[in-house]
Design a protein around this ligand. Sequence first.
Ligand code: CU
Length: 273
Amino acid sequence: MVQDTRRTPSVRFVACAVLLMAAIMAPGGHSVRAAVQDDQAGAGPYPAHIHAGTCDELGEVEFPLTDATQPEGEDEGTAPSLVVTTSTTTIETTLDELLLDAHALNVHMGADDMGTYVACGDVGGVVLDGELVIGLGELNDSGLSGVAILRIADDSTDVEFYLTQAAGDDGGAAGTPAASPAASPAASGDEVTVEIVDFAFGEGTLEVAVGTTVRWVNNDSAPHTVTSLPGGDDFQSETLREGDEFTYTFTEAGTFEYFCEFHGNMAGTVIVT
Ligand SMILES: [Cu+2]
C-alpha cells in the first residue's frame, strides 16, 4: 500500500471510495444518468493521461486516456446516485513495465482548462489477480475523487477509472434548486446577486451603478473564488463552497474583470457606471 500525506484519506475521500466500490460491485448497479444532467457539476468530460513521475511531480504524458464521461441512457432505479464519470482505455504497455518507473494517472478539468488538475493517483500498490486498484485523490478543491483499476491484458493494460463528486456536494436533482436565474442582473443602487452555477458567473457581464453591492452566491457543488484581475487587488473572496456568499461594494466607476482561481476559464466582468 503506497501511502503519503497528500493521499491520507480524508473522511470525504473514504466516503467516496466506499460509495464507488459499492456502486462498482453492486449487482445490476447500472445506474445511468439522463443526458439532461450533462451540464451538472462533476459530469465532465475530463481528459486524463498516465504521466511519468508522481502526482507531486508530474512528468511527460506517456499514455493518453479517453475522457471520463457520464454513461448515456435512461435513469433507472428509484433515486439518482451521485454523478459518476468513467473512462476505459487499453494502453500498449504491460503492467510490469508500467510499474518499473514512477507513473501517475492525472485528470484535467476539461479540454479548455488542461491547466487545472482535478484528481490524481500514483500508480503503485498490490497487484491482486492481475489487477492493481489505485485511489484518485482530489486536487484543487475540485470535489472529485475516485478509483482506477489497471488490469493485465496480454501485452497491454486495460485502464479503467471512475470519478465522483464528493458526497453531499451534489446530491443530484433533489439537493440543488434548478437554475432559475435570480441572476438577471438588473442595475440598482443597492444590491445585485450573481448566481455562480454550472461553472459560470451568472450571465458573465453585469452593469451596476456606483455604490452597488454585488453578492455572489455559489450554487455549484464545486468550490469557486471571486478574484479580481489582476491578482485580486480589488477584491478576493475566500474559497466559496456550495451555498457560500461573497459581497463587494463598488465605490468607483470602472470595468472590473474577475475570475475563479480554481477554474481559469471562469470569468466575469462588472461594469460600474
Ligand atoms: Cu471555479
